[in-house]
Design a protein around this ligand. Structure first.
Ligand code: ADP
Length: 389
């Protein structure tokens, strides 16, 4: 006899999946869900969420409110997420009521807090930057300088992360909340590996991705796969990612963010228990996209092949220009689309703001040089400005 969690669920319109979060990740998940003919229902705090008009049922609600999460999910077959900051007690209640919840509430509990993530890595011998946990700003100097200070909860996209170089920084601008103080890593490359694991314990990982950051926007500038690292480092990154997945006994899709330091050592930075910015190129560049894979893992279906269908895939974010406000105007897109291997994905956000993620463009190419050249051209050509209403 199969247990409920081992069973794959019967595909078709009777299968109801709820997604907590209705942003761009949910939107791209819906595109894959359409192909499996499953019914997707979405909850998001914003009445204007990108999924709003693309779902069978949209509920506006607070994702951190246990009662709201329970009310949203109680009649559904499966609940998954596109953002990790959701009510774990609400999900536990749903699970107790027989709703299949993927990823597991226990895993979200560990991952929602950067402090418990770090302790988890330490306890399981997963290499990570040395750290201490502190409660208040007055302890921000406790581990010396320079130090990376990270809010344990609620940070995203680099907000909630800052470098403190000296006592003056610590006294003038340290976060006054429970934080991780982490040694500053001398980073050579930022990498990520996305691994899917289904309830039967089968795993599949995508090739290692390399992210290049834009310090001004504090967002990924572009990313490219496969990463330009030696085959030994790539194999090590893959096995480290799998170790994390197995140590957690994870179910669903897990993005493992890694640093490769200047000495060649790999360190796990943090985890995202969902589809991830560093997997967007897989829609065009791999046999199975991360969005389809997420659904396959969530529904305990066979996992798809992650093999590349183009030698290189790259992705550039489309973010609002420095002063953009109002209705978005996408400049340069139709010209850019004349180039082979260029695919836009706009997220359907009604308002642009400076540096807000509005979409991305994927590039597929035969060589790494060609992919990067195209990315550079796109960065010159593309802009998201605003038009006042
Ligand atoms: P977020 O969850 O907001 O994305 P991260 O922990 O990924 O936060 O940190 C954001 C960025 O800050 C990283 O991508 C990296 O560039 C830099 N960073 C984070 N931790 C360290 C560290 N220990 N040493 C050096 N840089 C770091």
């Amino acid at each position: 006899m199969q247990t409920t969690s081992e069973k794959s669920l019967q595909l078709g319109p009777a299968l109801k999946i709820g997604v907590l979060g209705g942003g761009q990740l949910g939107r791209m998940m819906i595109q894959s869900a359409i192909d499996l003919d499953v019914r997707v229902e979405v909850m998001d705090p914003s009445a204007d969420a990108p999924c709003r008009h693309l779902t069978h049922r949209f509920v506006q609600g607070d994702l951190n409110d246990a009662d709201a999460v329970f009310a949203f999910g109680k009649d559904l077959d499966v609940i998954t997420i596109e953002i990790e900051h959701v009510s774990v007690p609400g999900l536990r209640r749903l699970e107790r009521n027989g709703v299949r919840v993927v990823p597991k509430p226990d895993h979200l509990d560990v991952i929602q807090d950067k402090g418990t993530q770090k302790v988890f890595f330490e306890q399981h011998g997963i290499p990570t930057a040395p750290f201490v946990l502190v409660e208040t700003a007055s302890q921000a100097g406790d581990k010396g300088f320079p130090i990376v200070q990270k809010l344990r909860r609620g940070g995203y996209d680099g907000k909630g992360v800052q470098i403190l170089n000296n006592h003056t920084d610590a006294t003038s601008r340290a976060f006054d909340a429970p934080c991780v103080l982490e040694d500053a890593v001398d980073i050579h490359k930022e990498l990520s590996v996305i691994v899917a694991r289904n309830a039967s314990g089968k795993t599949a990982s995508f090739p290692v991705v390399e992210s290049v950051f834009n310090p001004e926007a504090n967002l990924v500038d572009y990313l490219i796969a496969p990463a330009d690292i030696g085959s030994d480092t790539a194999a090590e990154a893959q096995s480290l990612a799998l170790r994390v997945v197995e140590a957690l006994n994870f179910e669903g899709l897990l993005a493992i963010e890694l640093f490769l330091d200047q000495t060649g050592q790999l360190l796990v930075n943090e985890l995202a228990p969902r589809t991830h910015n560093s997997g967007h190129h897989t829609i065009e560049a791999n046999r199975t996209s991360q969005f389809e894979q997420h659904l396959r893992a969530t529904l305990n279906l066979e996992l798809g092949s992650t093999a590349p269908v183009h030698p290189f895939g790259a992705m550039v974010n489309l973010v609002g220009s420095r002063e953009a406000m109002g209705t978005p105007v996408y400049r340069g897109l139709s010209h850019a689309m004349k180039q082979p291997g260029v695919h836009p994905h706009l997220y359907g956000k009604s308002q642009v703001k400076p540096f807000r993620k509005m979409g991305h463009v994927t590039v597929t190419a035969e060589t790494r040089a060609e992919a990067i050249e195209l990315v550079m051209v796109l960065r010159e050509q593309l802009a998201v400005d605003g038009m006042s209403d």
